[in-house]
Ligand binder design. Sequence first.
Ligand code: BG6
Ligand code: MG
Length: 224
Amino acid sequence: MKAVIFDLDGVITDTAEYHFLAWKHIAEQIDIPFDKGVNESLKGISREESLESILILGGAETKYTNAEKQELMHQKNQYYQTLISKLMPKDLLPGIGRLLCELKGENIKIGLASSSRNAPEILKRLEIIDDFHAIVDPTALANGKPDPEIFLTAAALLGVSPADCAAIEDAEAGISAIKSAGMFAVGVGHEQSMLGADLVVRNTCDLTLELLNEEWEQYKIKSF
Ligand code: BG6
Ligand code: MG
């Protein structure tokens, strides 16, 4: 294992909850029911695709002009940015700070593959941006998760072959993207929603370099 590539929202910090609150705020304004179940299917998905999914759900896919959709996304992002403006280093999810230290200690490269345009701002607020050797710019990609492009781009930026990378995700679309990229996939969450992952942990506090190395060895033996 020469590199570990992280998703951000729901893996490094609990901003998945903030995306939920911000979309709920917008959905209520336009009278579309929105709950955690619906939100689950939006995890890892871009802002544009998330709005389209919400509008389809509410039977309102043709109701808004492009300019109106832009305005809804702008409002969602403003609400979201108010929430992330309060993030601090203590808002790292449990175990993530320790894992970053362990990876740095072993000279394992660290990358970020987040679909969020707010990712650099969040890493700065958490005071971990300097730990990352590569941060993919999602606006430069042709395809979002579950396409593997974001993880393959991260590996290329790190100068590491995909076969030597592990990647960590909390979303189904993300796990599919990691597997299509030919990487070792680590899921954080419930076993049922992490189908295809090579290793599933219930919480980020279970993510240690020792566990990743052990499971990596097993995975490499099985892959031969
Ligand atoms: C992903 C989140 O990381 O980023 C999605 O899981 C979100 O919920 C997407 O829609 C885009 O984020 P942003 O900050 O660019 O709107
Ligand atoms: Mg996520």
